[in-house]
Design a protein around this ligand. Structure first.
Ligand code: KG4
Ligand code: ZN
Length: 331
């Protein structure tokens, strides 16, 4: 097997990637819908589906041109089946299944969160078992990953996801949507110890997360201190999120005696989180594996990579594979 095509359409990005198995190289094209949804302050599901419909076929052709291959040279097709927006998922999954059927090649349905969980392994060999922290816009979970197809969730958020906490904080600071990156940029110029924001569920052995109280604390703080330097507020708010994520992840790895910690999801692009996790891991003799930036936020590379490893580990999926909008463990 040489070429695996990955298709991603779970939210507001349409992406197609080719994973060249022998050289472990990626080719990718992405169509973002930021301008479409910006006037509404959030993703409008029907508009997202329509954009996916318009772009998915041209993107697949574009990525083939980029890699210098024809559609017929694709050996397997993988597409995101969930979690995500139902109408958006249907577009990518249906296209992927139809293409696989037309080419007579195997099809693999990929779980977007499980793809984030192992995305860094596409770039670096990581020995199982390891602890994975997935921090995206809709999900935050800690998992003990035992094999390609076996993992156990040891912690998840009870309310907002880490990315959501960044986005809601950014909105309160007037930084627009989605504001995770904008908040991180503002925080670079501030003092992370200027204000103490609350950290929830910090008891020993508790690996679940809760970020909704933090968002409320920020709201009250901004009401009471309208003139406080925004850089300091952003840096302290970011620090509260990063502190919780890093402490729980390292504690989980130590409790389970895992030497490797793998990070994934949009928030894994956050520079403060990357630096902090590396520093904490070093202190305890652990290794942190960070995905490169194109593999952090939503992408089709991780779908192609996950598809290739699933195909090898458990074979193809039937063309009756359906979407699943809410998260579930699929292996
Ligand atoms: O994984 P992802 O691209 O999409 C989902 O599957 O949800 O994650 C998107 C999330 C958003 O909440 C976005 O604000 C956040 O990742 N994000 C960041 C950064 N880059 C993206 N949050 C903090 N710092 C960043 N540099
Ligand atoms: Zn994602």
């Amino acid at each position: 097997m040489k070429w695996v095509l990955g298709i991603e359409s779970s939210c507001d990005e349409t992406a197609a990637a080719l994973w060249h198995v022998p050289t472990r190289r990626f080719f990718e094209v992405i169509a973002r819908q930021l301008a479409t949804h910006a006037p509404y302050g959030g993703v409008v599901p029907e508009l997202a589906s329509r954009c996916h419909l318009e772009t998915v076929a041209p993107l697949v052709q574009a990525v083939c041109r980029q890699a210098g291959i024809t559609l017929g040279e694709i050996d397997a097709v993988a597409a995101t089946a969930g979690p995500g927006l139902a109408g958006a998922l249907i577009v990518g999954l249906s296209y992927g299944k139809a293409l696989a059927a037309a080419l007579g090649k195997p099809f693999v349905a990929v779980n977007h969160i499980e793809a984030h969980m192992v995305s860094a392994c596409a770039e670096q060999e990581v020995p199982f078992p390891f602890v994975a922290l997935v921090v995206s816009g809709g999900h935050t979970l800690l998992a003990d990953v035992e094999e390609v197809c076996r993992y156990r969730i040891i912690g998840r958020t009870r309310d907002d996801a880490a990315g959501e906490a960044f986005d809601k904080g950014a909105k309160l600071l007037g930084l627009g949507y989605p504001g995770g990156l904008a908040l991180a940029r503002l925080a670079e110029r501030g003092n992370p110890r200027a204000i103490h924001f609350p950290r929830a569920l910090m008891r020993r052995g508790v690996f679940d997360f809760s970020f909704s109280g933090l968002k409320t604390a920020l709201l009250y703080y901004l009401e009471e201190h309208p003139d406080r330097a925004q850089e300091d507020v952003a840096a302290s708010y970011q620090e509260a999120i990063v502190d919780v994520l890093a402490r729980k992840t390292i504690a989980a790895a130590r409790m389970l005696a895992r030497r490797y910690v793998v990070l994934g999801g949009g928030v894994s692009a956050n520079a403060a989180l990357r630096t902090r996790l590396q520093a904490d891991a070093k202190r305890y003799g652990l290794y942190v594996v960070l995905p490169s930036l194109p593999l952090c936020t939503d992408n089709a590379r991780m779908i192609a990579y996950r598809g290739a490893t699933l195909l090898e580990a458990r074979g193809a999926d039937a063309l009756t594979a359906d979407i699943f909008p809410t998260f579930r463990v699929t292996c």
